[in-house]
Design a protein around this ligand. Structure first.
Ligand code: SF4
Length: 513
């Protein structure tokens, strides 16, 4: 684009010339996370971060910063007349701990050499050449790493279970389906640091004696698919995938499988069915995926963020990983911060960080002087709306949220202000889950449809008090009897809003008391 600009707008400097004469180049990175302020340009080695950059700004950037090293202040972050020149100084970043997202936005995601220069594949080299399978499983177990996709199951325990299976054929599957509305953590890692996922899967394969990996990515993420494809090919060229990797005698390769965007395919058994070419529908468990997963073989199934944590744990050690987080939820967690918040974007914080810190310090609070009302965490499945002001100081962890009837889920976080109608929010999420229900079991197939009908009736002002009771009754039934996680949690937005915002429901019904 800059080249085109040079030609069309007569910029003073040609980027090719810059590269040749001054060693200045332009790189395409992944997402920096500060979505609210995009498009962003980071200028190295000054670490300047330019915000809301338009094509017209390029001439000044080239002439002032690239040639003379002077900042273009109008493109920098300002707050109360204070100028924040570098990315690290900006409050949005300063209050975060970006480890898994550390490379995103800071390197060329399509260049394996850049990843290697940032200690990339060092963890794989350590694992494959100086550790055995059990040691790796133990290190991942000792780290306390829990699955970042929603369930929070201990990753090391899962790996040990797969390792203990006698089947000579095993698989490693990375879940990059990420269907929650408002969530884009996995997408950013796949686009911004694809080699980290490949390295995590490679270590996972070696430690469980699996020789084949699949990354299941939704086709709506074309850039993620493209960058993963480039990264896999580069890893093959560098001998980091294929036969006898790093002279260890271990063979491992990875394939990409594109999903068609069905939300239910994020569920483990539906995902493996989809890779097998079957219709993406969950099955009854047991057998569990660790025993009979992909093609009926033992399978390690973790999500993108979980695999991205693995090289960090192997490289830095258990104690360094556990330095962040809480006793039972160690490490950091990426969240997609969206909705009624000033700084929307992709963030990473230690587990145990409070919602107040996230929404007000990193997120900059609620826009337009409005007050905070609720936050929905974990998408329609993790779906929860359980936070009023009194919950703002609750440390976020897998267990603390469960105690208040919520879930971290995969990390989608939608903030709502005082003007948000909670009944409409419940209707929105129910319309999503009803559409995405695969229809295999009656409680979910029929229950979500009936709940949606009642919610639509209430939102339209035609509901009755009896409808509220019926809604609660159906929600409880679906929660307790549906086959898979989608159905079991589909009622969460209804139940939590009925519980915490009952007055709002009453205000909608025609025979209010
Ligand atoms: Fe399909 Fe819903 Fe049943 Fe899951 S709970 S199997 S999504 S119908």
């Amino acid at each position: 684009k800059i080249k085109k600009l040079v030609k069309e707008n007569g910029l003073l400097v040609d980027v090719d010339l810059l590269k040749e004469e001054k060693g200045i180049g332009v790189k395409k990175s992944g997402c920096h996370g500060f979505c609210e302020a995009g498009p962003l340009i980071r200028i190295e080695p000054f670490n300047y971060l330019y915000l809301h950059v338009k094509l017209e700004d390029c001439e000044d950037i080239v002439n002032h910063t690239l040639i003379n090293g002077t900042p273009v202040e109008r493109l920098m972050y300002k707050d109360n007349n204070k100028l924040y020149k570098t990315q690290e100084e900006i409050p949005f970043y300063q209050k975060q701990t970006r480890i898994v997202l550390g490379n995103c936005g800071n390197m060329d995601a399509e260049n394996i050499q850049e990843y290697i220069s940032k200690d990339g594949y060092k963890a794989a080299a350590i694992a494959l050449t100086s550790m055995d399978s059990k040691e790796i499983c133990k290190q991942i177990s000792d780290s306390g790493l829990r699955g970042r996709g929603g369930g929070g199951y201990l990753a090391g325990k899962k790996w040990s279970q797969v390792l203990s299976q006698n089947n000579p054929t095993k698989y490693v599957v990375c879940n990059g389906d990420e269907g929650d509305p408002g969530a884009f953590m996995d997408r950013s890692i796949m686009e911004g640091d694809p080699h980290k996922i490949i390295e995590g899967m490679l270590i996972g394969g070696f430690s469980t004696k699996a020789n084949t990996g699949y990354i299941y990515v939704r086709a709506e993420y074309p850039m993620a698919v493209e960058r993963l494809r480039i990264a896999i090919n580069q890893a093959r060229e560098y001998g980091l995938l294929g036969e006898n990797i790093l002279g260890s005698g271990f063979d491992f390769d990875i394939h990409i499988n594109q999903g068609a965007g069905a939300f239910v395919c994020g569920e483990g058994s539906a995902l493996t069915a989809s890779i097998e070419g079957e219709r993406g529908m969950p099955r009854v468990k047991p057998p569990r995926t660790v025993e009979q997963g992909l093609f009926g073989c033992p399978t390690v199934l973790n999500n993108v963020e979980t695999f991205a944590n693995v090289p960090i744990i192997i490289l830095n050690g258990v104690e360094e990983f556990k330095k962040y987080g809480t006793k039972n939820s160690s490490g950091t967690k990426a969240f997609a911060l969206t909705g009624n918040v000033v700084n929307t974007g992709l963030i990473e914080v230690p587990m145990g960080t409070t919602l107040r810190d996230i929404i007000f310090d990193i997120g900059g609070g609620i826009p337009n002087g409005k007050s905070f009302k609720a936050v929905q965490i974990g998408g329609p499945s993790g779906g929860c709306l359980t936070f009023d002001e009194s919950y703002l100081d609750l440390p976020l962890s897998f267990d603390s949220l469960k105690k208040v009837g919520a879930m971290i889920g995969s990390g989608g976080m939608v903030v709502m202000d005082e003007d948000t109608c909670m009944v409409e929010v419940a209707r929105f999420f129910m319309s999503f889950t009803q559409r995405e229900s695969c229809g295999k079991c009656i409680p979910c197939r029929e229950g979500t449809k009936r709940m949606l009908e009642i919610l639509e009736k209430i939102v339209a002002g035609n509901g009755t008090v009896d409808d509220l009771e019926l809604l609660k009754d159906i929600a409880d039934t679906v929660k307790n009897t549906a086959l898979c996680g989608l159905g079991k949690t589909a009622a969460n937005p209804v139940l939590s809003t009925l519980n915490l915002f009952h007055d709002e429901y009453l205000a909608h019904v025609v025979d209010k008391v």
